[in-house]
Every structure is written in C-alpha cells, then in structure tokens.
Design a protein. Sequence first.
Length: 646
Amino acid sequence: MSMKKPLSGILALLLLAFFAKGQVNVVKTPANFGSDADTRANILNNANSAGTDDWYKNTSGSGEQIIDTSGAAAILDNYINNPSSRAVPVIRRMHQPTFSVLNGNTLLDAIFQRDHHGSDSSSFGSRSNKNGENPNDWSGKTSYTSNLLGKNDILDAFAHMRRDQLDSLWMIGGVSMDEQNGSSHFDFELFQNTISYNTATGQFNSTGPDLGHTAWLFDSAGNVTRIGDVIFSVDLSSKGIEAIHTRIWVPLATLAITPTSFNWSNPVEFDGVNFGGYAEIVPKSLINSYTAIENSQNTWAGPFRLVRANETLQDDFTKSQFMEIAVNLTAFGIDPLGFGIKDCALPFKNLMVKTRSSSSFGAELKDFVGPIVVFDQKPVNGFTDLGYYCDSMPQVTLQVQNPNPNFVYQWQTPNGNIIGQTNGNSIIVDKPGIYYVTESMTSECPNTSVDSVQILFDSTCRILDVDIIGFSAIRNKNQAALQWDISNNQDVADFIVEYSIDGRRFQPALTVLAHGMVGDAFYESKHTWNRLPGKVYYRIRINGAKGGAKYSRIVPVNFGSNLDKVNVFPNPSRGRTNIEFMADETGELQYSIYDLQGKKISDRKYRVTKGGNRIEVTELENKQRGLYLLQIRNGKEETNRKLIIE
Ligand SMILES: [Ca+2]
Ligand SMILES: [Ca+2]
Ligand SMILES: [Ca+2]
C-alpha cells in the first residue's frame, strides 16, 4: 500500500481504525514485504498477488525473493541421498547486494539460518538462563543428549531489514518451529556490539560495555544520544499471536527520564538489575507499528524444504508451524536515523532468535539461533592483473573485485601516482607503489574495510625481448596444469612457475628449463598439491639467457576446498574473531596467522567434531591494525582468508 497518495477523509479514518494498534493475525505488506505467514513472493493469503516481495519466489510477478537460494537443489539431493546431512545447518544471506534499492525500498540485509534441531547443540543449558541477564553469564548446552520440546525447538529463522519509501525502518522476521500446539514464546534480540558463541565451552562472548549489552543513552531532555540493544518478544497461544512487546536495554535510573521519541510502558516492565536491564517501551502511536501472523493452513516451506527435529523432511509447513513478524522501528521511535545519526548508522550488528518456556519475559530460555552477524559486507578486495613491471612502467588499472554497487570505493597512495579519478571501482596508476582502497556506505561514513594493491617496478631490469603469447592454468584433480606460449624462445634460460595464495606474495613452485628451439615455443608443466589449497594464483617468471626477467599475467586456479565454506566473523574485527565451519568428520584442524611481511604470528591445532564447530581466535587482540592472513587447514585441504584488524 502506498501512503504517498492523498487519502480521502473517510478512507483515512478507516485506515486509522484499521491500524488502531499493531496488527496481529492479519495479512499485511509492510514495506511491500508479504507479512502473511507464507514464504513466497507474489502470493498473499494463499492467492496470487503480483508485486509483493518475500523470502522466496516461485511464482512470476514483480515481487522479488530476498534470500539467496543458491545450492538449494544440491542440498535437497544430499538430504535424500545422505540423510545424515539433514542435521547440518544452512546459512544464506540476501539475494541482492546489501543496500540495494528495490521499488523505492532499501534492502539493508537478510539472513536465512537453518538451526540445529532435536538434540540441538545451540540451545540453553546447565543453568537457568534468562532475558535481562548479562549474556556472558548465559550457558549453552555442551552435550548433545537432551532434547528440546517441539514448541521450543526453532527449525529455521529468517530476518530482513528494509527501509520503506516513507523512510520507515522495518525489522522483518520469520520463524519455523518443530511444533506449535498451544503456546510458543520467541524473542528477536538485536545487539549493537558483537556477540559470539563457543560450542565447545557453551559460553557466549558479548562485547557490549553495559553488562554484556549496549545501553540506550539519553540527555536530560529525553533525547536519545546513543542507540543500544533491543528485543522484540512474541507470544503465541492457541488463538494465534497475542502481541509483540518491545524492550530496550537501559540502566534502571533511566526510567526517571521521559523519552521524547517513545514512552515507557504503563506500568513499566523492567527485567534486570540496577545497572541495566530490559525496559518495555510503547510507540507514541501504535499506527502501523507492527504486524505478526502464523500460518492458518499448510504452506510451502521453500526451496530448502523443512527438516523436522526427528530428521524427517517436509515440503510444507503444517498449520501454525511458521510465523512472520514485522516491526516498524521508526514508529517505535528507535530508528537510528531519527536521532540525527547519519545514514551509515546501522541499526544493530548481531541478531539472536530465542525461545522462552512461558509468556513471562523472564522465563527460562530454551533454544537459540545465532548469534547471526548482520550487515556482514565482505571486506573489499583490490587487485590488478599484473603487479610487476620491468623496463618501462605503463599505465595500469587497479580494480575492486566484485564491487557492491551500493558502496563507495576510495583510493589513495603514499608513494605511487593515481591518474584522474581517485574513487570508483577502478583507477589508473602510472607509478610503482602501494595503493589503498577503502569501502564505505557513503563518502561521509566510516570505512567498513580497506585493502592494498602493490605495484612493483624493477628499474635495473634489462630488456628481454620475449613475449608471452598465452598462459593458462587449470585444475586437474590435485594438480594445476599449466601451459604457455612464448616468442623468441632462444633468448630464454628458464621459467619459474610461481604461486600465491593471496594473489600478491608469490613463491617459486618449480623450474622449467628452456629447450633450444628458435622462435615461438610451447611449454607445459604440472604442479601437484598434497593438500587441496582452495584458490591459488599462478604466474610464470621468464629468466633471460643473458639476464633480465619478465612475468606473465596471473591466473587463478580454484581447487574448491570444502574449507572455503568456513565463515570467519566478525571481519573486520578489533582482534577477536571466530572461525565457524561444518566438519565432515571428527579430526584435526590447524590454523596459522601471518602478518603482511609473511611472518608467522600464531600456529594452533584443534580437535574438531563432525558437524558444526566454532573456534575463537584471540591472538590478534592488541596487535597492530591492518591486514593479516589466516591459513586454515585439515588433513586434506586448506583455505586462506584475509583478516582485517581495525
Ligand atoms: Ca511472507
Ligand atoms: Ca539452536
Ligand atoms: Ca533448534
């Protein structure tokens, strides 16, 4: 529904009555997203309704899917052929680049996370854990033996943030559960600072400065001066969704202040201690403030289907198994934009979806999904085809790999020279040196990440009149098959095949002696890996018979390591980050961290169990800001990641 057109008086009154409070158990389309307890775009109320966006799409129409469904067919095949794979979580992010604009709505980010189920290793354990506590005091289950009740066992969680044409910021959520046959109680909890979970110890590491949370701060007039943590609580009964309650984290004394952008609930609900807790707030006006609904009949579970706690596969959600909510943060007076904080202010960093044992906010916590990193923009990657020049220095193009069209890229150099524009997805340079590229949401926002590209030039290089006519490198099982053609072969002494794991620092792999043929010549060679390395870059160095050297272009070869699916987050970080991955089997995992000079900083070995694992990396705390290389390997494979410490 567009609110931009002028409304007739009667229609406006009708709408006012309709929106007299947050809407529950009614199909709505907040910010053009189907809040209808159905997963399909262009479907509303189980009928075709062209134009609404939703999590998935399998009907034609202008409405778009929000979740990236790549690999869904392979996951389903695996569910059938290898049923043990049904226990493995699935994580997908937004189908569109972050901050894309779709029909006037700005899509900030979205996530689909298939949780553990049945013997859920990500659930609350040994002590009685509650909302309103410091998350660092919570404890999760470290043994996988005990089961959750079906009504407390989350199967899948969905979350999406979008800003509509009226500049209202919506948090849209979805949850499917194993059973909903009476009462289920959910929280969507939004953290301003990073929070992570260690499956081995069952401990959370929540970095918020106020008892593991971030408190909302106000001036004496009641204006918000800092945004903090928020929790939306949803209670379902046999009648459907009862209500959504919104609470924010504040010290108890804050309740003496009268906020300008919302009200405390009356009587005010507060769960916590004097130094901090969750206080319930209500919007100045409930109009268009939230919607919530559960499915009243069977509806399609989506391309990843549904895996029940007992590992059976379902095509559809049965009645009351799926629920959708949408909360208007702007209407609630908790939109960062409303406080004069620039557009770059993200509404929150991490998200957890949890279940409680009863409708009481302080009831015992049961299952959780996450913590999920939101707005997880991939760090910028600057590159150039050839980083080494000899004899003469040409104009060279430096580029951003897979730039996000909604972000701004700015380049600078302390010792090189940029010709023309210094911003954009690519620049032209004509001097050796180091070039930095930063990524940010707008030129006024702080950088989200930085990368560097080095251009080397060897002025003493002697002219080598050999040209590389062609160079290719392709994968053949555990080998790279390399072929190259050159001119003036008689001037060549030998070739060094060099490889790099980051596309920048190369090392020799093998030497190929030149044969004596005069004129054009063809060479081939193979480079074998004992442990599959993920992505590797190759180049050929030609050494002249009378001195001088030249390099080929750089060609990537992807050995497709399973470890490529490793999730490293947060990244950039302040030094503490996590490695999360699924292991096919119980075994060992090692990682090493190197600085940009190639010096090893850390080398650790862990025992990992089949299934989901998370390792906390803390060695870079108090280390210099900048780029580091993380090399992760098991017996057969390895993968490499750049770590950014900010
Ligand atoms: Ca929907
Ligand atoms: Ca869980
Ligand atoms: Ca679960």
